[in-house]
Design a protein around this ligand. Sequence first.
Ligand SMILES: NC(=O)c1ccc[n+]([C@@H]2O[C@H](COP(=O)([O-])OP(=O)(O)OC[C@H]3O[C@@H](n4cnc5c(N)ncnc54)[C@H](OP(=O)(O)O)[C@@H]3O)[C@@H](O)[C@H]2O)c1
Length: 333
Amino acid sequence: MKASYSPAPDRYGRPDFYRRCGRAGLKLPAVSLGLWHNFGGPDVTENARALIHRAFDLGITHFDLANNYGPPPGSAEENFGRILGRDLAPYRDELVISTKAGFHMWEGPYGEWGSRKYLLASLDQSLRRLNIDYVDIFYSHRFDPDTPIDETMGALAQAVRSGKALYAGLSNYGPSETAQALEILRSLGVSCLIHQPRYSLFDRRIEAGLLDVLGAAGVGCIAFSPLAQGLLTDKYLNGIPPGSRASANTDSLRPEHVTRERADQARRLGELAQARGQSLAQFALAWALRHPQMTSVVIGASSPGQIKENVAALEHASFTEDELRAIDAIVSR
Ligand SMILES: NC(=O)c1ccc[n+]([C@@H]2O[C@H](COP(=O)([O-])OP(=O)(O)OC[C@H]3O[C@@H](n4cnc5c(N)ncnc54)[C@H](OP(=O)(O)O)[C@@H]3O)[C@@H](O)[C@H]2O)c1
C-alpha cells in the first residue's frame, strides 16, 4: 500500500470551480464524487484510495455517501472513514462529507424510511463507521408517504441542532413534497441546504417543477447519476464491455437498460460533443450544470482517469441556443 499522500498544491487553482449552494454560504465543487459503487467490500482497495486522491488533487472537496452504500451496506462509509483517517485527516476542514438515511439498512421496523427513530439512529451509525464527529450534510434519502413529514423534518432539524450534521438535505422528493419539507424546516429554524435528485440527458423529470421550487426557495441542487450510470459515455456504444457496471450483475444498471435506443441517442449526442471538442461524458456533465440552480453534479468513477476527464467538462461549459435545440431533438424533455 502506498505509504503516504500529499495533496496537489495547485488543487484550488480554479476558483470558478466552486459554486454557491443556493443562497447558502457553502460552496460546492461543480463536480463531486459519489461512493455508491467501487468503494464497498471488507477493506480499502488501492483503487478506492487512488480515486479519492485524484479527486481531491483535482479540487473535488465534496464526497457523497449513504448509510447503505457498499456492498455490503455500510462498507463504503467504513472504507471512506479509513481513507480519511489515513490520508485526509489533516484536511477535514477542506472537505464536505455527506451521508443519507432512507433506504433499507437493518432488520425490523426501524431500519428504513423516514421515522425519527430510524434517521437519528442511522446518523449515529454513519458517524461511527466514518469515524468522524459530524457530517457536513445529512439527507433524508427518500420521501416516506407513511410518516408525517413533520416527523422526518424534525429529525433532520435535530441532527443539525445536535451538531452531528452541519446542514440538512433532501433526496428523491417530488416538487410538492419538497415545497412542504422546505416550509417545515424553515419553521423549525433550519434551512434546507440542498436537494439531490436524479438528473441527466436521459432523465429530465426535474425540469418539470422541482428546479423551479428550488430556485424560488434559494436551495441548491446536486444531480446524481448525471452520466446515467455510464450510458452517457462512449462505454456502451458497441455493447456491454467486461468490467463495466452493466456487466457487474448489480440491480443498479442491468444489461436490459443498455437498449439500442439509448445507444443510438448516445451516439448522436456524441457527435454534438465531438463538434464542441468534448467527450460525451464531458458534454453530458456540462449540460447538466447549465442551470443556474444546479450547484454540482455527483459522479461515480471506476478509475482516476475518468475523474480527470469529467472535471475537464468545465473547460467548455456554455451551450448555444442551436446546440440546446439539437439536444432537445434527440432527448425530449
Ligand atoms: N440520492 C440517491 O438516491 C442516489 C442514487 C444514485 C446515486 N447517487 C449518488 O450519485 C453518485 C453517482 O452516481 P452514479 O455512479 O450512477 O453516476 P454516473 O456518473 O452517472 O455514473 C458513473 C459511472 O459511469 C462511468 N463513467 C464515469 N465517468 C466516465 C468516463 N469519463 N468515461 C467512461 N465511463 C465513465 C463509470 O462506470 P464503470 O464503473 O462502468 O466504469 C462510473 O462508475 C453516487 O455515487 C451517489 O453518491 C445518489
